[in-house]
Structure formats: structure tokens, C-alpha cells
Ligand binder design. Structure first.
Ligand SMILES: Cc1ncc(COP(=O)(O)O)c(C=O)c1O
Length: 380
């Protein structure tokens, strides 16, 4: 297999040798170093007199900068949010549409996205345009065929969450711009492990959760905001998003101005001092490994699995184009039967719709792949 798969990353995680974890698209295992940071953070909370501006402000800005660096933008472009849904709601709050206009979403999109846009449609009077794709068609072709001047918002992921099918964001962004539509991207299933050229795509908003591919704790996610939208309305008003809030003695000198850039959209309690440094651990690992190299390595892993699965007669569900790090396979048996086989082999995968979703990360070893292939062989 190329590139070679050294096992040395596995030791950074609490993964037993006799277990293969292929469900990173659901929840990534927390790195050991992140677990240690959470313990240290809990200790600081247990002794709150030890909390200083380092925890309230500096660690938070460091986390923001680490994510921003992965995105290739400055910290001012990033808001710290708890969940994708919060980031999407912030985007929806700051966009507009009306009767006769559409929000374009792909079929079977993640519920946090669909519900956000349904609520947006109810508020603005626009409608949802759900775009499906034929089995031999890729998502880009399906989306491009549906974009016209009636579309006010194009809301797409760059990877379909069920099976890793790919969207060409640069082509979709160009088509959206041509008709004056806004672009909102849910990059939760690829940010950090698949290159994304924000300068070329130029979305209005982009969200990414922290607990999947970014190897972070649950509850800390990210929102990129294009410059045009950095003077908008946050979902909530909280004390720490205001200018000068680091001076606790002067908080009742109420301040109308927000901290600069996208910080106005920061969630309440964004300092999350038990979790913030743990999130930075994951972001640093991604930066150290480098997105392009991660993508290449995971592409080799899923490519090998795909070839072996096809040899067993299993079909992929991702269509003609898929991302490097997720593989969807059609199940030849009912999901409950397949689940029992995977459990017996101590292999953890995701079941989404009619497909089994295989999602490795840098801890995946040759032995994991062999274990998975053993389970797949028993399914056919
Ligand atoms: C594409 C996508 N977006 C978002 C989420 C998580 O959403 P939220 O942060 O609103 O819980 C997931 C989780 O599976 C996902 O696959």
C-alpha cells in the first residue's frame, strides 16, 4: 500500500489492538494528549481561583488561530460555536430570501442542515429545492444543473455525510456566484483531512464540527464568516463577545461594540476552559500531519478497501466521485445481520441508510484493514 502505513500514530490514541475503529465520521477517538488536557482543565475548574485571562482569552484565541491557519485565513474570520447547527443558524440569521426563491440542498443531507433551512424557509417565505443525483451521476453535475437565478442560497457539504460522495465546491461556488446566490458549506465531514481552497471557493459561511476529523472534544465547533458578513447579527448577546470584556471590573460599563471580526458570533461560554486546550491538541495534530498528506494516506487506505470489497462483489454507494477518507459500500445483507458480523470481528463502522460507511483516520493500521476485510468477506 502507498504511502506506507507506519503504526506509530496509533499510540497517540486509546485504541485497543484487537479493535478496528472505522467510524471517525461519527465521532473520532480523543487523542490521549487531549484527554490529559481535559483532566488538567477539570482540575483548574475544581480550583477556580487558578483561572486567569490565559483560560478566559488566550487559550481561546490560540484555538481560533489554529483552526484559522488550517483554513488559510486570519483569526478574524472564525467564530467559535458549539455545533454545526449553531453555525448554520448564524448563517441563516444573516441571509435573506423571499417567496419564489429557493435554498438548494442535496438529498439526504444531514438533519442539522435540513432543519436549519426549513426554518429559514418558514421565516423568509422561500422554498427548499432538494436536489437528488442519479446513481451514475456525481453531485456536482446534479447541483450545477439545478442552479438558476431563483436560487438564493446554495447550502452544500463538500462530502456527503452518508457515503463520502464528493461535491466540487469550486465549480458549485462559481455557478452560485454567477446567479448571485449565497454559498453556505457544511464541511464537518472533511475539514482538515481534505484540502479546501477557501480563497478559490469564497463561501459566505462555512461550518465544521470539532469532534470528528479534527479529533476534538464534543461541544466545540467552528464557523468561518466571509468579510461581508462580519457586521451581522449574532444569535445571542453575551458578555465576552464585547470589546474590552477581559477587564472584569468594568463589565457594567456596557459596551455596544463587539470584539473584531467574526468574534461577534462566538457562543456564550466560548472560553470552555475544560475543553479548549484539548481541542487545540487535535488541531495541532492535523497541522503537523498536514491536510494534503492525511488525505493521501486515507485515500490509500479506503482505495485498498474499495478494491478488496469490489473483489468480493460488493458495490460502492458513493457514485463516480468520492472523497479520499470515506467509503460507502452497499450492504448485501440486512443491516442487523451485518452489524452482528462486524461486532463479532470487533470492527466499528457506521450504518447510514442502505450503506455501510467506512471512515479511517491516521491511527488506522494495516491490521485494522485486515480485520475489516475479514468481516466484509463474511458478509458475502
Ligand atoms: C455533515 C454533518 N454536519 C453536522 C454534523 C453534526 O451536527 P451538529 O453539530 O449540529 O450536532 C454531522 C454529524 O454527523 C454531520 O455529519
Amino acid at each position: 500500500m502507498t504511502p506506507a502505513m507506519p503504526d506509530d500514530y496509533r499510540g497517540l490514541f486509546d485504541l485497543p489492538d484487537d479493535l478496528a475503529y472505522f467510524n471517525c465520521a461519527s465521532v473520532a477517538p480523543l487523542p490521549r494528549a487531549a484527554r490529559r488536557e481535559i483532566a488538567a482543565g477539570a482540575m483548574r475548574h475544581a480550583q477556580p481561583w487558578s483561572l486567569t485571562n490565559t483560560q478566559w482569552i488566550d487559550d481561546v484565541e490560540e484555538r481560533r488561530s489554529l483552526f484559522a491557519a488550517l483554513a488559510g485565513v486570519g483569526g478574524d474570520a472564525i467564530a467559535l460555536v458549539p455545533a454545526a447547527s449553531y453555525g448554520l443558524a448564524t448563517a441563516a440569521r444573516n441571509l435573506d430570501a423571499g417567496p419564489g426563491r429557493f435554498v438548494l440542498v442535496p438529498a439526504d443531507d444531514f438533519p442539522s442542515d435540513v432543519y436549519t433551512w426549513r426554518s429559514f424557509a418558514a421565516r423568509t417565505g422561500c422554498s427548499i429545492l432538494t436536489v437528488g443525483r442519479d446513481p451514475d451521476q456525481d453531485w456536482t453535475a446534479a447541483v450545477l444543473a439545478a442552479i438558476d437565478e431563483r436560487v438564493a442560497v446554495v447550502a452544500v457539504p463538500n462530502v456527503h455525510w452518508t457515503d463520502g460522495a464528493l461535491f466540487d465546491l469550486e465549480a458549485i461556488a462559481a455557478a452560485a456566484r454567477d446567479v448571485g446566490a449565497r454559498l453556505v458549506i457544511d464541511a464537518s465531514q472533511s475539514f482538515g483531512v481534505m484540502p479546501l481552497d477557501l480563497a478559490a471557493v469564497r463561501p459566505d459561511f462555512l461550518v465544521a464540527v470539532g469532534y470528528k476529523w479534527l479529533l476534538g472534544p464534543y461541544g466545540l465547533s467552528y464557523l468561518y464568516v466571509a468579510e461581508d458578513h462580519r457586521h451581522g447579527v449574532p444569535l445571542e448577546e453575551n458578555w465576552i463577545q464585547r470589546l474590552g470584556s477581559e477587564d472584569f471590573a468594568r463589565l457594567v460599563e456596557y459596551e455596544d461594540r463587539y470584539r473584531p471580526g467574526a468574534r461577534r458570533y462566538d457562543m456564550g461560554q466560548r472560553s470552555a476552559f475544560e475543553l479548549t486546550r484539548a481541542a487545540s491538541v487535535g488541531l495541532r495534530l492535523i497541522a503537523e500531519w498536514e491536510t494534503a498528506a492525511i488525505s493521501e494516506r486515507l485515500g490509500a487506505v479506503t482505495g485498498r478497501i474499495e478494491a478488496a470489497a469490489k473483489g468480493l462483489g460488493l458495490a460502492t454507494t458513493s457514485g463516480p466521485l468520492r472523497c479520499p477518507h470515506i467509503l460507502g459500500l452497499a450492504l448485501p445483507v440486512p443491516a442487523s445481520v451485518a452489524a452482528a458480523v462486524f461486532a463479532r470481528h470487533n470492527v466499528h463502522v457506521g450504518f447510514r441508510g442502505p450503506a455501510v460507511r467506512i471512515a479511517p483516520h491516521m491511527y488506522t493500521t494495516e491490521a485494522d484493514v485486515e480485520r475489516l476485510l475479514g468481516a466484509l468477506a463474511e458478509l458475502v
